[in-house]
Design a protein around this ligand. Structure first.
Ligand code: CO
Length: 215
């Protein structure tokens, strides 16, 4: 099905080799999460032609993105992480995430409050821009599905405003503080080819399983 979106991707392909040969099959498959080292994670993503947002292929891309994020227990994911260098990211913070933080990772109510954890229903941003509202920096530990198994403390602005298109093509503006603001900044970074390891406090970088090796 050679719709407008496929043509859009093919045009991109002429200037970049990040797309696999069979675009239709790729979009219908189950993409893996690309890992640090993959050049697609270091490219600046292209903006999405707004006229393709309603095409079936673009909807498949969005569905895949959300599916991969949920399968991996992520709270955010950007399109380059599944090999597509377009300016699209998804984020959500569910009750399950909150429960895991408390019960599996043992965070106290006080810590959770300090981190500014808040539930966020699924949000999709296309061609987003980000404005810092409160530039006070908060430093907390975060990870990334593309740096699987590791985490580090990363300073991030306290409050931001994200503007862009949602998955129906409507213009949306979202002003948010605390943990969701951290996720938004992390995902915006992906669209610029930046990873948290570029701005982390280096000596706080850990293998999440390090204790397993110290027994
Ligand atoms: Co990430």
């Amino acid at each position: 099905m050679r719709t407008k979106f496929i043509f859009h991707l093919q045009r991109r392909r002429s200037i970049s080799n990040w797309l696999p040969a069979d675009l239709g099959a790729y979009l219908r498959g189950e993409p893996k999460v690309r890992q640090v080292g993959d050049p697609v994670l270091r490219e600046t993503s292209s903006s999405v032609d707004p006229t393709v947002i309603q095409t079936p292929e673009f909807k498949i891309l969005i569905n895949n993105l959300v599916q991969v994020m949920r399968n991996k227990n992520g709270v955010g994911i950007a399109a380059p992480q599944i090999g597509v260098g377009l300016q699209v990211f998804a984020l959500e913070y569910t009750g399950q995430h909150y429960k895991r933080l408390k019960e599996v990772h043992g965070f106290s109510d006080k810590e959770i409050k300090r981190m500014g954890i808040a539930l966020v229903p699924l949000k999709i941003f296309i061609n987003p821009t980000l404005k810092i509202i409160d530039s006070n920096m908060l430093a907390f530990r975060e990870g990334c599905l593309s740096v699987a198994g590791y985490s580090a403390i990363v300073p991030r602005a306290k409050e931001v405003e994200v503007s862009g298109l949602d998955d129906t093509g409507n213009r949306v503006t979202w002003r948010v503080a605390g943990w969701p603001a951290r996720i938004a900044q992390h995902e915006m970074d992906h669209l610029k080819g930046n990873l948290y390891i570029d701005t982390m406090l280096y000596k706080t970088f850990v293998n999440n399983e390090w204790q397993q090796f110290a027994k």
